[in-house]
Design a protein around this ligand. Structure first.
Ligand code: MF3
Ligand code: CO
Length: 257
């Protein structure tokens, strides 16, 4: 089902989006060399609860994971890219960390992800990976407006990823979002312009380009959730929730502070 939000629901989506953006921003500032992924999960839980919001993850049990996720944030390090389950791991200098967070506030969900390097050692190839997903997301958002189609967004994202030579996995991509985290339509990270659902004001989309440096193949971790690159190569993932407006797209998950 595809949801179109009412103006009141859109206002609530703005509040949820700002909360997600602010929590991710705060966690990025706090995550450093020596931080354990389980600390980040605890901090996320605390911030979600302090805001009176609900986690979209803790009880989530979709077909692509093994039982309820049981955590409050996805933490994916280096070759891990999607659904990274927090575990007892201490961040080291130069680690490439992705944080992916979705919460629901007053009945409306928002979903966002950021990738960044921990510490001082910055591998230029890691920076290129991250920057490419950020640029692909910006291109996808620029293509999102009423009358455009899902395929136009997919093409815009895919064009940026391909121009940098990265393979594109088509199993996981963006999605509609609203009263629940994962809804139709699916937004693949590559596709054909002019195809798919026509965008309308009030539609909320989570757009999420992600890449692995040298492969499009994923392997599932022993934890039954964490998806890693099959080659062990590093990865990046950037996501915003956006609302289709009368004139374009409004990013809902930017930090406000
Ligand atoms: N927020 C992720 C996405 O971007 C989904 C995470 S599901 C979880 O769509 F259960 F792993 F947390
Ligand atoms: Co998402």
């Amino acid at each position: 089902m595809i949801e179109i939000l009412t103006p009141d629901e859109l206002d609530r989506a703005r509040a949820t989006g700002a909360l997600v953006g602010d929590i991710l921003h705060a966690l990025k500032a706090r995550a450093s060399v020596g931080t354990n992924l389980l600390d980040i999960d605890r901090w996320a839980k605390q911030m979600i609860e302090d805001a009176g919001a609900e986690s979209c993850y803790v009880d989530y049990a979709p077909s692509f994971g093994d039982g309820p996720f049981g955590h409050y944030i996805c933490t994916a390090v280096n070759d891990a890219v999607l659904h990274g389950m927090p575990h007892d791991y201490t961040l080291a200098d130069g680690d490439l960390l992705t944080l992916d967070l979705a919460v629901s506030l007053r009945g409306i969900a928002a979903d966002a992800a950021i990738s960044f390097i921990v510490g001082e050692t910055r591998d230029p190839e890691d920076e290129r990976l991250i920057e490419t997903t950020e640029r692909a997301l910006a291109a996808g958002i620029a293509a999102a407006r009423p009358g455009a189609r899902i395929g136009d967004i997919s093409r815009a994202i895919g064009t940026v990823l391909k121009a940098e030579g990265y393979p594109i996995n088509m199993e996981f991509g963006g999605h509609g979002i609203g009263s629940t985290m994962h809804q139709d339509p699916h937004v693949a990270n590559n596709g054909r312009p002019g195809r798919g659902y026509v965008l309308r004001p009030g539609l909320l989309l989570a757009l999420e380009p992600w890449i692995m440096a040298d492969t499009d193949e994923l392997v599932t971790d022993a934890d039954g959730w964490t998806l890693r690159s099959a080659t062990g190569a590093r990865t990046a993932h950037t996501e915003h929730t956006v609302a289709i407006t009368e004139t374009g797209a409004e990013i809902l998950t930017l930090p406000t502070r």
